[in-house]
Design a protein around this ligand. Sequence first.
Ligand SMILES: *[C@@H]1O[C@H](CO)[C@@H](O)[C@H](O)[C@H]1NC(C)=O
Ligand SMILES: *[C@@H]1O[C@H](CO)[C@@H](O)[C@H](O)[C@H]1NC(C)=O
Ligand SMILES: *[C@@H]1O[C@H](CO)[C@@H](O)[C@H](O)[C@H]1NC(C)=O
Length: 387
Amino acid sequence: MNHSSTAQTLLIWVLVLIAFSGVELGEAKCEFKGIFNFGDSNSDTGGFWAAFPAQSPPFGMTYFKKPVGRATDGRLIVDFLAQALGLPFVSPYLKSIGSDFRHGANFATLASTVMLPNTSLFVTGISPFSLAIQLNQLKQFKVEVDQHYHSAHGTKGSKLPSPSIFGKSLYTFYIGQNDFTSDLASLGVNGIKSFLPKVVSQIAYTIKDIYALGGRTFLVLNLAPIGCYPSFLVRLPHNSSDIDEFGCMISYNNAVADYNDMLKEALSNIRPDLPGASVVYVDTHAVLLDLFRHPTSHGLKYGTKACCGHGGGAYNYHAQVYCGESKVINGQKLSARACNDPQNYVSWDGIHATEAANRLTTYAILNGSNSDPPFPLHQFCDLQPIG
Ligand SMILES: *[C@@H]1O[C@H](CO)[C@@H](O)[C@H](O)[C@H]1NC(C)=O
Ligand SMILES: *[C@@H]1O[C@H](CO)[C@@H](O)[C@H](O)[C@H]1NC(C)=O
Ligand SMILES: *[C@@H]1O[C@H](CO)[C@@H](O)[C@H](O)[C@H]1NC(C)=O
């Protein structure tokens, strides 16, 4: 055999090996095959609006070009995470049309809480889908997956994953903000402190329960600095001495920081009980606080001013006219419209972050250096660009 035919034979063998190795060229390698998310509007990819139609523009304007059930102009952190891991967007568990659960499910809904089990949504403004309900939905989902897998047809063609996914997924939590804020105006910072320990222990309990189902990797995002949010700056009682040099409310932000410390401790307390698991406290608060304080250092322009709102000024937020609404108040028609440049804002509608802020926050999550313990995702996956 001469050199060139040896080379040709080698080349053919390499091609044959590639063809039979099952590795699709260009497909990302990732240890995580799916995402199961628990949360509120900050990570709801369409569950709430599937249950209670329908959402109106300008939601979705930046990326989807129409309302798609997300409380922002584009993608959420959970969307960017999915994209970075090379996974499709996570389908809402409650969405019966067009959903695909082969890479996980999203149990988050707008207005969800960890603790408050109050089902009178239209009285209290709180979603019936609390964390305990979301956990039950995961359990039911797993029952269905196992049943399908062991049935004659298996999970083929069912848009369901194989049961092995439960041990190979990221379980993400971004919830607690509504427990923190729903009674904040009436009870004050000291009034809510009494039940916050119950909130963090319920999150810890939920993680233990999912561990028992086979879950091993848990990312728990902490609470955002709500003292910098335009809606809370307008709606929560405070006086000017409570405003810091960045325009944020000191007392409320300190209370969030205390809650976050409690959450961090609750997570470190359960780690010894969960051998082989990663229970990661993700400090998204630090990232968002820095965006509100120094928007221009991150390529943004506005901190405590909402893109979509009414009234202009420092906050562009009107307590009675929410983003997308038009109302007659005192004989005057007031409309809350979107700005033309959401990419320059941290706050989309006074309550939720913009896609731009969500992308920057996701970069920090992927990096992993402000997580406890540090959790750089590139160690587990070939990360995909999230432009
Ligand atoms: C549930 O909502 C009703 C009506 O607002 C209220 O009277 C009740 O106290 C709430 N229950 C809980 C547990 O929050
Ligand atoms: C406003 O500040 C004064 C002086 O620090 C304080 O006594 C008062 O309780 C504050 N009011 C509110 C609503 O925080
Ligand atoms: C994560 O961020 C730190 C601090 O900004 C930086 O030094 C490090 O290179 C980053 N790591 C990755 C993988 O991007």
